[in-house]
Design a protein around this ligand. Structure first.
Ligand SMILES: C[S@@+](CC[C@H](N)C(=O)[O-])C[C@H]1O[C@@H](n2cnc3c(N)ncnc32)[C@H](O)[C@@H]1O
Length: 286
């Protein structure tokens, strides 16, 4: 079979589960196997596909048809220009979290203004945020924490593959509880669990396949963020920043909470590409 034929066939087979994204997902699978992008697939449309690739593609498609998300099927995801291992030990890194990374990088002290800025990423999951930030800022030291041991093992695998082990540390535990009470961090970044249990807008494939410890906080969805903000009052240097992803419609409750804690400056909540309030940035007063 030619690459052009298998592309058309794969798109048709994926349609029931991937809908309008079927062609994109098929190209992602084939491109992953052949180590190339969609343009090269088009240029090679008349070439025969290798039988090993055809067989592997068939297993990818069958797996995807069970409803398993594409990133888990392939076992890889691209995040902030990095190729990361991705499997059900941790949440699949989302595109909106790339906006969180960009906002967090903006809040770091200028290079050379302090020696080695120190940051912590709470709930590091696959390590995506900590690794992307360390990759962008060669002077940064960042600690990734997670309550889930399996997620930390995956983060460690990603850290080794990217050779970022000297500047990215990984620590197990809840929120900020593992750090001694001193103002040590320039930045605290997090994409905490913030989904309210029973949220009707949550996709079936998310609930069925992604780890629940990565999704759900408590009844309000804000429990883990608020715990983090209280801990940050002690662990953040004066002038340091908290940058956190937040859930749909949580902005006002977060603003109300911060208003009761005079240590914080005025919060800014940035909207994502869908114009939803998504990224909180707030500075500890100097
Ligand atoms: C929404 S996921 C984010 C994962 C990854 N940082 C990302 O952006 O894709 C939240 C992560 O926080 C971890 N977690 C849940 N509760 C936690 C807590 N109380 N303290 C630290 N980590 C926690 C979960 O295991 C999960 O890996």
């Amino acid at each position: 079979m030619t690459i052009g034929e298998i592309r058309r066939q794969t798109t048709a087979r994926l349609r029931p589960v991937a809908g309008d994204l079927a062609a994109l997902e098929g190209d992602r699978m084939l491109g992953f196997l052949m180590n190339c992008g969609p343009t090269e697939l088009t240029l090679r449309a008349g070439n025969a596909i290798q039988s090993a690739d055809e067989e592997k593609l068939a297993t990818f498609v069958a797996d995807r048809l069970t409803g398993r998300p594409l990133a888990y099927v392939i076992g890889h995801v691209e995040f902030y220009g990095l190729d990361l291992l991705c499997d059900p030990r941790a949440l699949i890194p989302r595109p909106e979290t790339e906006e969180l990374v960009a906002a967090a990088l903006d809040c770091l002290p200028e290079p050379r203004s302090v020696i080695r800025p120190l940051a912590v990423d709470i709930g590091t999951g696959s390590g995506n945020i900590a690794l992307a930030m360390a990759n962008q800022r060669p002077d940064l030291h960042i600690i990734g924490t997670d309550i889930d041991r399996q997620a930390l093992i995956l983060a460690d695998e990603n850290r080794r593959r990217l050779d970022l082990g000297t500047r990215v540390q990984l620590v197990g535990g809840r929120s900020l509880t593992m750090f001694r009470p001193a103002a040590i961090f320039d930045l605290i970044v997090s994409n905490p669990p913030y989904v309210v249990p029973g949220d009707p807008n949550l996709d079936r494939s998310v609930v069925d396949f992604e780890p629940h410890v990565a999704l759900f906080a408590g009844p309000s969805g804000l429990e883990i963020l608020f715990e983090l903000l209280v801990g940050a009052e002690i662990l953040l240097k004066p002038g340091g920043w908290v940058v956190s992803e937040i859930g749909f419609g949580q902005g006002n409750e977060i603003r109300d909470f911060l208003r009761t804690r005079p240590i914080w400056g005025d919060p800014v909540i940035h909207r994502d590409l869908a114009y939803i309030e998504r990224i909180l940035t707030v500075q500890r007063r100097r």
